[in-house]
Design a protein around this ligand. Structure first.
Ligand code: URA
Length: 233
């Protein structure tokens, strides 16, 4: 790959903008030597305005999503891309959430530019279970565990039953739900089907990987290799 294409794919600018940046001397090697369009040292040796380049493809990051952010790049309001460096929204291939969270759902979100990996993680067959913690409007009635585990629950306006899901009671109005799949508003609609209402919802783990306790709200970082391995149980 050429230097211009590499930087454009990482979102540093259009090809024309990147060409201009290279000609202005903004791109150097680790020793400060200015790079030209035909130079291409190893990724780790390239600097943009003195800073290391963003990680190359394939990138996978974790994000602690705050309330009020949508998982779409198109939304006119606050989006998860606002929490990342601006150029991350312009990467090619694009950086996408692995299973979206609702605007008012918080917690553990993974994002990747690797479409194959994304599908591996969201596919029910992968067994990458997603665990949510819900606070409910009304006390649990006692039948929810059986209903969710039945494999026969059909949500409003759907025809295919949900895969069995597990419910763990944490308190009168608090529950942990483990899902094999990720249908639209799934947890909220499951509790609506059980005659309740979700007041707040947080995802706490994906596969065998829990959201690290030190990842503050709105913070993100790339996954380590060990963390990625833990996503697949
Ligand atoms: N289920 C929901 O209802 N919302 C989410 O954001 C995720 C799972």
């Amino acid at each position: 790959m050429k230097l211009v294409k590499l930087l454009a794919n990482l979102g540093y600018g259009s090809r024309k903008e990147v060409q201009r940046l290279i000609r202005s001397g903004a791109v150097t090697d680790a020793g400060g030597n200015v790079l030209g369009e035909n130079d291409l040292p190893p990724h780790a040796q390239i600097r943009f305005r003195g800073e290391e380049l963003d990680p190359p493809f394939p990138l996978i990051i974790m994000l602690n999503k705050p309330d009020g952010y949508t998982c779409s790049s198109e939304d006119p309001g606050s989006t998860i891309y606002d929490l990342l460096p601006e150029r991350y929204a312009h990467r090619n291939p694009g950086l996408n959430p692995i299973g979206r969270l609702d605007k008012d759902t918080t917690g553990f979100l993974l994002m990747t530019d690797d479409g194959k990996l994304l599908h591996q993680i969201i596919h029910p067959k992968s067994n990458c279970l997603k665990v949510y913690q819900a606070t409910l409007d009304r006390p649990l009635a006692g039948h929810e565990g059986e209903l969710f585990a039945s494999g026969t629950l059909v949500l409003n306006s759907e025809s295919r039953p949900l895969l069995p899901a597990a419910l763990e009671v944490l308190g009168e109005k608090e529950a942990r739900i483990t899902l094999h799949e990720g249908r639209y508003h799934q947890v909220r609609r499951m509790f609506a089907a059980a005659g309740n209402h979700v007041l707040s919802l947080k995802r706490i783990s994906i596969g065998g990987l829990q959201m690290p306790a030190d990842l503050g709200e709105g913070e993100w970082r790339p996954l380590t290799r060990e963390e990625l391995a833990r996503v697949f149980p």
